[in-house]
Design a protein around this ligand. Structure first.
Ligand SMILES: NC(=O)C1=CN([C@@H]2O[C@H](COP(=O)(O)OP(=O)(O)OC[C@H]3O[C@@H](n4cnc5c(N)ncnc54)[C@H](O)[C@@H]3O)[C@@H](O)[C@H]2O)[C@@H](O)CC1
Ligand SMILES: [K+]
Length: 210
């Protein structure tokens, strides 16, 4: 059982408790997170999946994104992954998802010339791990995503939004929908609605320590 709203610390503690004490493997939580996002993309008519871009960085939020890309790709959809950051620093789970994506020969690129070519963009850049203001290529990519006519689906937290305070750290994704894992985040308030869009809470089997 979980509280309806999590701080970043509570989200991290619940993930760790579920993985280490309950015994649900991290990859299972990631798969359930990705299934929830893919399901929302495929059932919400606002998302046109004729040409989808998944933007993934190297943390576990990016791992969620890569798993979403694979779930859509195996259904025959046109999916491209934009991989941001240094792959050598990817988390174990994200490296696992990258390996699977490569097995399926999902197109993985490191730059995109025209974000307007996509009908849907999935934001798997930063989740609750956002730790400092967004700058450089990350900021430019977020701005290009926002400028695209594509509808944006944010995974867990719109990238650039501080999940405890709702503060925009430099620049932040403006999503149509955010599928957030286990519970809403403290920073999701009326003020953050231009960034979160409609918030959907996905039950991915996370338990809070008690
Ligand atoms: N197994 C798990 O623990 C689960 C994690 N989940 C996902 O994992 C996310 C949390 O993953 P992580 O803790 O890996 O963190 P994130 O993936 O949110 O981001 C952390 C990474 O981004 C870097 N970073 C932070 N701020 C930055 C900035 N401004 N500029 C550049 N790099 C920056 C960090 O150094 C780190 O490498 C959640 O939001 C959720 O999407 C879900 O899959 C559920 C299960
Ligand atoms: K995100």
């Amino acid at each position: 059982m979980t509280k309806p709203v999590f701080s970043i610390q509570e989200a991290r503690e619940a993930d760790a408790y579920t993985i280490n004490e309950v015994g649900i493997p991290s990859a299972v939580l990631m798969e359930r997170a990705a299934l929830a996002v893919a399901n929302e993309l495929q059932t919400n008519e606002a998302f046109d999946l004729s040409k989808t871009l998944v933007v993934a960085a190297t943390g576990n939020n990016g791992g969620d994104g890569l798993a979403v890309a694979r779930l859509l790709f195996v259904q025959g959809l046109d999916v491209t992954v934009l991989l941001l950051g240094n792959e050598a620093h990817a988390t174990v789970e994200t490296q696992r998802q990258l390996k699977i994506c490569r097995h399926y020969r999902i197109p993985i690129v490191t730059t995109i010339a025209d974000f307007a070519a996509f009908t849907t963009i999935v934001d798997g850049i930063f989740g609750v791990g956002l730790a400092r203001p967004v700058e450089g290529a990350f900021a430019e990519t977020i701005q290009a995503m926002n400028a695209s006519p594509a509808n944006i689906m944010a995974i867990d937290v719109p990238s650039g939004l501080q999940a405890d305070t709702g503060e925009i750290l430099g620049t932040a994704i403006q999503a149509a929908t955010t599928v957030t894992m286990a519970a809403r985040k403290l920073g999701f308030t009326a003020k953050s609605e231009p960034n979160t869009g409609h918030v959907i809470v996905a039950d991915i089997g996370v338990y809070q320590p008690h």
